[in-house]
Write a protein that binds this ligand. Structure first.
Ligand code: UTP
Length: 293
C-alpha cells in the first residue's frame, strides 16, 4: 500500500517566536527565501504524497494563500516580464497535488491536531510532517527513508535522532529494541521524561508514519503533559496493539521551533543558496573576524 496523504499540523501558537508570530504563522517564516512549511511540503511531494492536509486555525490564512493561485500577482509578473518569478509562484505545487484545510478549535496539542485530520485521512496509513523540524539531506529525504521502511513492514514509524542525554527531557524518547540498528522495533515511548526515566538517547523528531488505528487511540487519550493531548501517549498505546518502528534517519535536522535552531538553519541554507552563497560566505567571514578581533 502506498502512502498518498500527509498531515501538516500548523495550528500551534508559536510562542517561542513572539512577537514575530503574533500576526504571522511560525510556519511561514522563511529560511532564506522559502517558508518553512514549503520545505516540508516539498519533502512530502517529492516522496510521492499527493494529498496535503493542513490542520490550521483562524490565524493561519497566510498558509492557505501561499499554496493557492494569486492571479493578481501573476498578472503583474507577466506585465513586468518577470517570467522566472512567475514560474516560481505558479509552480508552488505540481498539478495533481491537492490541499485540504481543517481547523483545530483550540491548541490542545499535537495529538489533538492530528486527530482533527481523521475525516480526511480515513482508513489508511498517512504521514505527519512538522514544518518546524527542517531536515537537510543530500540524498534521500527523511520522509522518503521512512516510506522505504514502511514499504517493507507496513507499520507505524517515528523518525528519531540521537541527542545528548541531558537533552532527553525536551523530546519524546523511544525505547528501541535494537539501538544499534538504524531501524528498530520500539517497546516504549515517553514524552519529555525526567533524566532518570529516559529509556534512551533516541529522540523523536517531527516526521511520523502512522496507521489509522492511531485515531481511535487518540480519541481515548486524555490530556497529558502541559494539559495537551500528546501524540506520544497515543503511540505508547498503539505499540501495545501493533508493531511500531523507529528510524535513525540520515540527514541534518534543524529545530526551527527555537531561535537558535532557526538561525543555524538560515546560515546553513544561505551558505548553499545559489544566489547568495558566495557573498554570504564573505560576509560571515568578516563577522567572525570582527567579533574575535
Ligand atoms: P510545537 O509545540 O513545537 O509548536 O508543536 P507551537 O506550539 O506552535 O510552538 P511554541 O512552543 O508555542 O513556540 C509542533 C507542531 O505542532 C503544531 C505546531 O503548529 C507545530 O507545527 N501544533 C501544536 C498544532 O497544530 N496544534 C497544537 O495544539 C499544538
Amino acid at each position: 500500500m502506498q502512502i498518498k496523504k500527509a498531515v501538516f499540523p500548523v495550528a500551534g501558537l508559536g510562542t517561542n517566536f513572539l512577537p514575530a508570530t503574533k500576526a504571522s504563522p511560525k510556519e511561514m517564516m522563511p529560511i532564506v527565501d522559502m517558508p518553512l512549511i514549503q520545505y516540508a511540503v516539498n519533502e512530502a511531494v517529492a516522496a510521492g504524497i499527493t494529498e496535503l492536509i493542513f490542520v490550521t486555525n483562524n490565524r493561519k490564512h497566510a498558509i492557505e494563500n501561499h499554496f493557492d493561485s494569486d492571479f493578481e500577482l501573476e498578472a503583474r509578473l507577466i506585465e513586468c516580464g518577470k517570467f522566472e518569478l512567475l514560474q516560481l509562484v505558479h509552480d508552488i505545487l505540481p498539478s495533481g497535488v491537492t490541499c485540504a484545510y481543517i481547523r483545530q478549535k483550540s491548541p490542545l496539542g499535537l495529538g489533538d491536531a492530528i486527530l482533527c485530520a481523521k475525516q480526511f485521512v480515513g482508513n489508511e496509513p498517512f504521514a505527519v510532517l512538522l514544518a518546524d523540524d527542517l531536515i537537510e539531506n543530500d540524498g534521500k529525504s527523511c520522509l522518503q527513508q521512512m516510506l522505504d521502511v514502511f514499504e517493507k513492514n507496513h507499520s507505524s514509524i517515528v523518525a528519531v535522532q540521537k541527542v545528548e542525554q541531558k537533552d532527553a527531557t525536551k523530546y519524546g524518547i523511544v525505547d528501541a529494541v535494537d539501538r544499534n540498528n538504524k531501524v528498530s522495533l520500539i517497546r516504549g515511548i515517553i514524552e519529555k521524561p525526567s533524566l532518570e526515566n529516559a529509556p534512551s538517547d533516541l529522540a523523536v523528531v517531527g516526521r511520523y508514519i502512522l496507521t489509522p488505528e492511531i485515531f481511535t487511540l487518540l480519541e481515548q487519550t486524555s490530556k497529558g503533559l502541559h494539559e495537551e493531548i500528546q501524540i506520544t501517549d497515543a503511540i505508547a498505546k498503539l505499540l501495545l496493539e501493533q508493531s511500531v518502528f523507529s528510524l535513525q534517519f540520515q540527514g541534518k535536522r534543524f529545530d526551527c521551533g527555537t531561535k537558535l535552531g532557526y538561525v543555524k538553519a538560515t546560515v546553513a541554507y544561505a551558505l548553499k543558496h545559489p544566489e547568495v552563497a558566495q557573498d554570504f560566505r564573505q560576509v560571515l567571514q568578516k563577522y567572525i573576524v570582527c567579533s574575535f578581533s
